[in-house]
Write a protein that binds this ligand. Structure first.
Ligand SMILES: C[S@@+](CC[C@H](N)C(=O)[O-])C[C@H]1O[C@@H](n2cnc3c(N)ncnc32)[C@H](O)[C@@H]1O
Length: 199
């Protein structure tokens, strides 16, 4: 969701499609649709569609104007979802166009919060490092700061991969997502009531 006081247009005509390059592979069969204005209030609005097109349209999202981006992007899963996932070993390359767009639209004291699930290496009972590689890429290449990491405990996750978790029973069920809170400065704008959670 992106909010802004005065939306300029209801749809985009950007030439941007999926974040494809020679290094990236997007497997979604149907590209995300061109963003459409879906809902407006006095405080802002909601667009529905390809976030990359939206973020790269300066008529709608002014560079340096966004306080916070909260995203749960497609994860680098072995078993693909209908909306499309890239493989873990291509994930960082696939994410770079988003990283660049996120950095450009964020205010200097803005925050980027990414909910990201871990993944397994295909065919063996060990974990991928892709979400840690993403975090390091964002900090090293885009100079984001890691304000803090959180872990979303979700005990209702499915016990997969069944081969390791329920058949051979040599691994325990995965039950967390990582939540990376990143910022452009070491002192991002803090919501005033954060103090009430920490006291
Ligand atoms: C990991 S899922 C999010 C899951 C959600 N957080 C949840 O817990 O149910 C990723 C979502 O991103 C959407 N998506 C993929 N590419 C997108 C894009 N370029 N712009 C906007 N949304 C996109 C997918 O359709 C999917 O709904």
């Amino acid at each position: 969701m992106i909010t802004q006081d005065t939306p300029k247009t209801e749809s985009l005509n950007s030439e941007h499609g999926l974040p494809m390059s020679s290094q990236t592979v997007a497997i979604a069969e149907t590209p995300p649709p061109t963003p459409q204005l879906a809902f407006t209030t006095g405080s802002g609005c909601i667009y529905c569609g390809d976030s990359l097109q939206l973020l790269n349209n300066q008529n709608i999202v002014r560079p340096g104007s966004v306080n916070i981006i909260m995203t749960s992007p497609p994860f680098g899963l072995v078993r693909k979802k209908e909306y499309g996932n890239v493989d873990a070993d291509q994930y960082v390359d696939w994410f770079r166009p988003f990283a660049e767009a996120f950095y450009n639209v964020l205010a200097d004291n803005g925050s980027l919060v990414i909910d990201i699930g871990g993944s397994w290496i295909s065919g063996q009972p060990t974990r991928s490092l892709y979400h840690y590689e993403l975090l390091i890429m964002l900090c090293r290449e885009y100079h984001f700061h890691l304000a803090q990491e959180f872990y979303w405990w979700n005990p209702s996750k499915l016990p997969t991969p069944a081969e390791w978790v329920t058949v051979r029973r040599i691994r325990v069920k995965d039950a967390v997502n990582c939540v990376w809170w990143l910022s452009k400065t070491p002192y991002p704008w803090e919501y005033p009531t954060l103090a009430s959670f920490t006291s």
